[in-house]
Design a protein around this ligand. Sequence first.
Ligand SMILES: Nc1ncnc2c1ncn2[C@@H]1O[C@H](COP(=O)(O)OP(=O)(O)O)[C@@H](O)[C@H]1O
Ligand SMILES: [Mg+2]
Length: 354
Amino acid sequence: MSKKITLALIFGGRSAEHEISLISACAVHKNLVRSKFEVRSIYITRGGLWKTVEAPSTDIEALERGPAFSFLPWNAAPPVLGPLADIYFPVLHGPFGEDGTIQGLLEMAGVPYVGAGVTGSALGMDKVLAKSVLRDHGLPVVPFKAFPETEWTEGPAAVLRRIRRALPLPLFVKPSNLGSSVGITKVTTYAGLPAALDTAFRYDAMALVEKGIIGRELELSVLGNGSPEASLPGEVIPFRDFYDYDDKYKDGKTRFVIPAALPPRIVARIRTLGVAAFKALAASGMARVDFFLEKGTNRLYVNEINTIPGFTEISMYPKLWAASGLPFPRLLERLVELGFERHRNRKACVERER
Ligand SMILES: Nc1ncnc2c1ncn2[C@@H]1O[C@H](COP(=O)(O)OP(=O)(O)O)[C@@H](O)[C@H]1O
Ligand SMILES: [Mg+2]
């Protein structure tokens, strides 16, 4: 029998999606086959402290009792080095996890990890940058305008004028660099724009205003490095007016249809667009790509990419793979293989450069 792989799960984190990360990490922990993996658990508190814990859990008080260690050599307050592993799996959603920051730390440490690298993670997290790159690759994105906060505070009338001229109602106003629907407002009258922009700027110094699409929300799981593969698409049917934070995490009344009921032609187009978006945004390992299918025109738009999608037992990413013939435990093994593969390729490139 080959030697077991030591895998360190990193979960919790400083973002608003802390609790979702805990649920995701519990599901990942449960589905890692023990004959293949020796699992270590690293919990990051909301405040950013790193702790060694027995296993992921949703009991935050218990997790916080774990001994702290420092992953940063220049922050040696608790001078203990944390658990060393063959590969690291950040199961962190949102800023300081999905945005390239922890990926940068792991790159500096020279260790293999699961998922996208620094560029792919940073691009995926930033809605304005992601849309610009997708558009540059000829991929369909919803018409939008982006505004830095200074432009809004210095000339609100000009900003409002530009939006009215370019975009019809309804509109969606979003902070560029966040997830979980935090800070997002649907605007149905132009009079509602100033409050919506103020809300978005509470979360980021860059906001985007998008044309609201009336239609269906579809999601696709992509897996791979150089030649990524796509799952079957699924559909999200929000319970509320749109898929907002409460709908995502509190009410749980959203319906998921897996796989989505769609004509084969549209399924094929979604899969092609999903793989193209994954490549355009320099993702690797995994990503969930989300779409709108416009009512009436049947036009597809790439809405966003999530480089660390939800991994709970009921999350789209693993569910779509299960429906496409790849069960959760096998999916995790594949992600680890891809993490090692990416590390080997990067190392080879770095060595060639020397
Ligand atoms: N342009 C749009 N047209 C219609 N609905 C939208 C639009 N943008 C966002 N939404 C709704 O808001 C939700 C959250 O927006 P999204 O861009 O996916 O941000 P997040 O990263 O927070 O998930 C979507 O799932 C969808 O229900
Ligand atoms: Mg979304």
